[in-house]
Design a binder for this molecule. Sequence first.
Ligand SMILES: Nc1nc2c(c(=O)[nH]1)N[C@H]1C(S)=C(S)[C@@H](COP(=O)(O)O)O[C@H]1N2
Ligand SMILES: [Mo]
Length: 210
Amino acid sequence: MTPPSEPLDARPGANRLPPGQIATKKWPVLHYGQVPIIAPERWRFRIFGAVEHPFELGWSDLTRYPRREVRCDIHCVTRWSRFDNTFGGVAVTDLLRDAKPRPGAVAAMIHAAPDYTTNLPLEDLDRPANLLATDHDGAPLTPEHGGPIRLLVPHLYLWKSAKWVTGIELLAEDEPGFWEVNGYHMRGDPWSEERYGSDDVLRMRRGGRR
Ligand SMILES: Nc1nc2c(c(=O)[nH]1)N[C@H]1C(S)=C(S)[C@@H](COP(=O)(O)O)O[C@H]1N2
Ligand SMILES: [Mo]
């Protein structure tokens, strides 16, 4: 592992509260279903789909990648924001570089326990502040916040930051994940309040006819 360097600062400059949000000092816990207890030794992660080099990782393989720290604000679609978090983990850009997305890859489906998915455009995933995060403010992530490992995509609403992450699937076409099928936005940028998708898209996704 490389020696610790300065955390990457992914916080915006002046106004740090996106529209419609309220700042909180606490860190609420939100998810669908029960908290899975995953022993690090049993964690498996797969990067697959539209990539030249699909591969699988176990916990000890993470040490092959440089350890990174990111200082960021996080924003939940339920309207709370939490400033000045420091996450530690492995950079998503490092994993994507090894997997080599095919030229046609435009989006990704994130897979997570227990049966959670969320999608995002590839250009939103392939950014230096995104991590497979194992630590928060110097301590291992607790199980309820996604420990032992979660995705962190701090520039989008937090439902994209899948807890208990188990895989990244590259897609040639964007497809809705769990909350996106249920009405949440395909991208989820808090600064333009991309909370919900349009009614038309929703009807299509549910297979409705009118
Ligand atoms: N695996 C999984 N990850 C998930 C969810 C979930 O239901 N399952 N919920 C998402 C939602 S809707 C939110 S708001 C954030 C909350 O993260 P937190 O509990 O650490 O605040 O986790 C996201 N990641
Ligand atoms: Mo959420």
